[in-house]
Write a protein that binds this ligand. Structure first.
Ligand code: SF4
Length: 316
């Protein structure tokens, strides 16, 4: 049994009948597949701030940076009610140890990006953020967030879930110590994952950890967390993954037979050309890590960043 990771989620995505029309927006992938690993904390801003089900639908109106939340037909302004509730709710959520949030796309309350904002002529631009989503993201800027629409994109999905598991590992460390030795050890395991996202951050974080003994531990841990989460937001490209895979190959210099090395290189080339997904070179790398008992590589989170049955690297 594994420990479930706590994730906030827009309540309607779990199938709860909280929408303005009394319905829901159940997402089976989230509930049934991600639910094997996540413990969801549902949040419905519109119901929790005191509005009924069913209710009049709402939309954002005015300036995209500071829109008002108005009912669509009668124009009742719920902005202050929503903002006051949201400020209280994010304070409550501080105690939940959330490692991420999945928002409902397009919602004037819950949408995290590209929500329609209407002007006085009834014309819309997709530049808004739902009022609760904005309050949440302002309060927890380092938490991984996505909406269910963007999770259909294999790269975004892989990146989002990877960040959630990474943050869980980081929080586990934070729960035990702030010693420099523990941070050095943590970083040693995350090195190749960091490199796959950003070689520049890999060097920067290496310098930070290398000079960490000269820093106040609180500042050191705080700086590391900021860099770590920023780094994982950077897109992993095939070129960056190939760089890391070549690096991994270097660890087997004296162990692989010429035929095994050739086979690995051929698989790397197939991945680079887009003929096979990332899981293929990763699987063969893991095979040789096990066969040749490569302890350093066996501890690299890059080779197993999230549970394999989620199949997140099968389409990237
Ligand atoms: S989108 Fe947000 S506010 Fe609307 S029903 Fe879903 S959880 Fe509630």
């Amino acid at each position: 049994m594994h420990e479930l990771i706590k994730i906030g989620i827009s309540s309607c995505l779990l199938g709860n009948n909280v929408r303005y029309d009394g319905g829901h927006k159940l997402d089976r992938y989230i509930r049934d597949t991600l639910g094997r690993y996540f413990d969801f904390v549902p949040v419905c801003p519109e119901v929790e701030c005191g509005l009924p089900v069913p209710r009049e639908s709402m939309r954002l109106v005015g300036e995209p940076e500071a829109p008002r939340l108005l009912t669509t037909r009668t124009g009742v302004d719920h902005t202050e009610r929503m903002l006051a509730w949201a400020a209280d709710r994010v304070r409550e959520l501080e105690g939940e140890d959330l490692c991420g949030f999945i928002f409902k796309k397009d919602s004037p309350s819950s949408g995290m990006t590209r929500v329609k904002v209407y002007n006085s002529n009834g014309m819309a631009v997709r530049k808004g953020i739902g009022l609760f989503a904005r309050t949440f993201m302002d309060r927890f800027p380092r938490l991984p967030v996505e909406d269910e629409g963007r999770l259909h994109d294999a790269d975004l999905r892989n990146n989002f879930i990877e960040r959630i598991f990474a943050l869980r590992r980081w929080r586990t460390l934070l729960g035990t110590t702030r010693k420099i030795g523990a941070l050095i050890d943590f970083h040693a395991h995350e090195k190749l994952l960091v490199m796959a996202h950003s070689p520049e951050h890999y060097r920067q974080m290496g310098r930070l950890v290398g000079t960490g003994r000269q820093l106040n531990p609180e500042i050191l841990y705080e700086t590391y967390e900021r860099l770590f989460m920023q780094t994982l937001l950077r897109k992993c490209t095939p070129a960056k993954n190939i760089n890391v895979l070549q690096h991994i190959l270097g660890y087997f210099k004296t162990q692989l037979s010429p035929d095994e090395k050739q086979e690995m290189l051929e698989i790397f080339a197939r991945y680079r050309n887009g003929d096979v997904p990332l899981i293929v070179p990763i699987t063969i790398a893991n095979h040789y890590v096990r066969k040749y008992e490569q302890a350093y590589l066996a501890g690299q989170t890059y080779l197993n960043p999230h549970p394999i049955d989620l199949q997140l690297r099968n389409q990237v």
